[in-house]
Ligand binder design. Structure first.
Ligand code: ATP
Ligand code: MG
Length: 140
């Protein structure tokens, strides 16, 4: 699926389309350069899932946990990870196989730990406020 975004406000209807497209998938991998809008899209997805708390980048803590209307949500940012062992040590596999939504920024840092099934989301910057979002199942 391909979504064309003209401004941040377009991300809210886009998030709802992404949630519908992804059906029962719970693992979401976010690709895109720094500032592409991974955290900003995750914020829209979390709001779509009914979170009330503020969504902030978990860069220093690696994972944030939010409570949605029906589901728990884990939000990861592996940018600062030194190696994959560090991800295993923080229990990433327990989170991934917990059945909760897992939104993962910088999945490139844990190539050997990614679950077999996932939704891959690539964000391309096309202008100051515009983005192209490509969403695929089980393909990067
Ligand atoms: N259409 C858009 N979609 C997403 N972000 C947008 C858009 N237009 C402008 N922005 C701005 O671009 C920035 C995106 O930053 P964000 O932290 O979401 O990027 P990121 O991909 O998570 O970066 P990082 O790799 O550093 O975590 C924000 O300041 C946001 O307001
Ligand atoms: Mg981010």
């Amino acid at each position: 699926m391909l979504l064309t975004i003209q401004s941040v406000s377009d991300l809210y209807p886009a998030a709802s389309e992404i949630i519908n497209f992804s059906a029962n998938s719970r693992i979401f991998l976010f690709y895109g350069e720094m500032g592409a809008g991974k955290t900003t899209l995750i914020k829209a997805l979390c709001e779509c899932l009914g979170t009330n708390e503020p969504i902030t980048s978990p860069t220093f803590s690696i994972v944030n946990e939010y409570i949605g209307a029906k589901n728990k949500i884990y939000h990861f940012d592996f940018y600062r990870l030194k190696n994959q062992t560090e991800a295993l040590d923080m229990g990433c596999e327990e989170y991934f196989y917990s059945g909760a939504y897992c939104f993962i920024e910088w999945p490139e840092k844990i190539p050997d730990l990614l679950p077999e099934h996932y939704i891959a989301i690539k964000i391309n910057i096309t202008g100051e406020n515009s983005r192209q979002i490509i969403i695929k199942k089980d393909l990067i």
